[in-house]
Design a protein around this ligand. Sequence first.
Ligand code: AOS
Ligand code: ZN
Ligand code: ZN
Length: 425
Amino acid sequence: MIINPDQLNTNKNDISIHKNQFDHLASSLSKQGIEVDQIVAKLANFQVAIPSWALGAGGTRFGRFSYYGEPASLEQKLEDIGIIHALTKSAGAVSLHIPWDIPEDYKAIKELANSLDIKFDAVNSNTFQDQPNAKESYKFGSLSNTSKTVRDQAIAHNREVIDIGKELGSKSITVWLADGSSFPGQNNFQTALSHTQNSLKEIYNVLPDDWKLFIEYKPYEPYFYSTVIQDWGTSFLLANECGEKAYTLVDLGHHLPNTNIEQIVATLMWKGKLGGFHFNDSKYGDDDITVGSIKPYALFLIFNELVYGMNNNPQNPELSWMIDASHNLKDPLEDLIQSLEAIQVIYAKALLVDQHQLKEAQKNNDVTLCQEILQNAYLTDVRPLVKQARLQQHGAINPLKAYRSLLVREQLVKERGKHTVATGL
Ligand code: AOS
Ligand code: ZN
Ligand code: ZN
């Protein structure tokens, strides 16, 4: 199923209300000296990759309830992203997971992606599961394993993932290392870290010059006592050890409760070492639920630092943005549309922060004013700006409404059948 702009009938009904709301907001923001056109242009440029594993239903360790009409092939996954992108104009990239989504025909996949205006963002390796016919097992770790033979297999896999990415035009690889231990004494921390460092260096050594290596961290899970790359500091030191093309990747769900994520973002950008970002939201752990559904203000504070960093830290490269979510209850495509909307809305709010005024207030230690500046931006209803950015690119004013009115899921079920299953977690 492919959506063309002329199918967006909902826009015809929504346009006059939108125009009123946009004009009203634009005129009020302009009076405050805000360049509305620039904000809308920034929103239009902001593209977030969709991971190839997030288009089917996600599961928990207690079970998985599949969703009807799931994409059964990589081609169908790209079609799904094409649908979301046609509606939201903000999902113009895919992040592939290897080996779940190895293309069979590279040329055809690239042509399909191109026709849907989708780029290939970071490729992701998988050494957290044993693959059928694998010689060695990752039960006791991969890049950190005590056995060199196992480590070599994991290094070879990551190198193969880079080769696949090269064929597709990706420019980065994300390593999320599940390695860790579930019981005190099981691992020698220093040995595990040193093995990991050496393994990452071997992967880094074959990285093309114009590529980046993203090192993701996570405090626990799948193991419960320790994780080898447990926090940003460990990721940062490994990235530094590898070299200038290696960066830390922040996943919002990979922090212990109440961690000040915005401060981590600021520190990494100041050092030019924040490379990638995984969006999701959580209440307890790595819940991977819809962006902005639980802690939108925390996300705003994070975006405020991201915007500051993008304006003030030329030493930090452009970031790779991705939604890392899992959909246990909702239609995955609806959930992704909601996440994209939340990201755009919060980004727009952060763009409203008067950085100059905030700096002055900080200099004067005017704590009250500092808070006011942030709250004023956060409490502004910026949805008309986000809608305007979509409309300018011939997307849907209200993507979720358009998705439902076009009966997308019903159509997908008709085309694919009810009980198809997507590869993924
Ligand atoms: C795992 O918790 C991480 O968030 C990964 O980024 C990702 O979900 C995984 O690599 C999926 O394969
Ligand atoms: Zn992640
Ligand atoms: Zn995660």
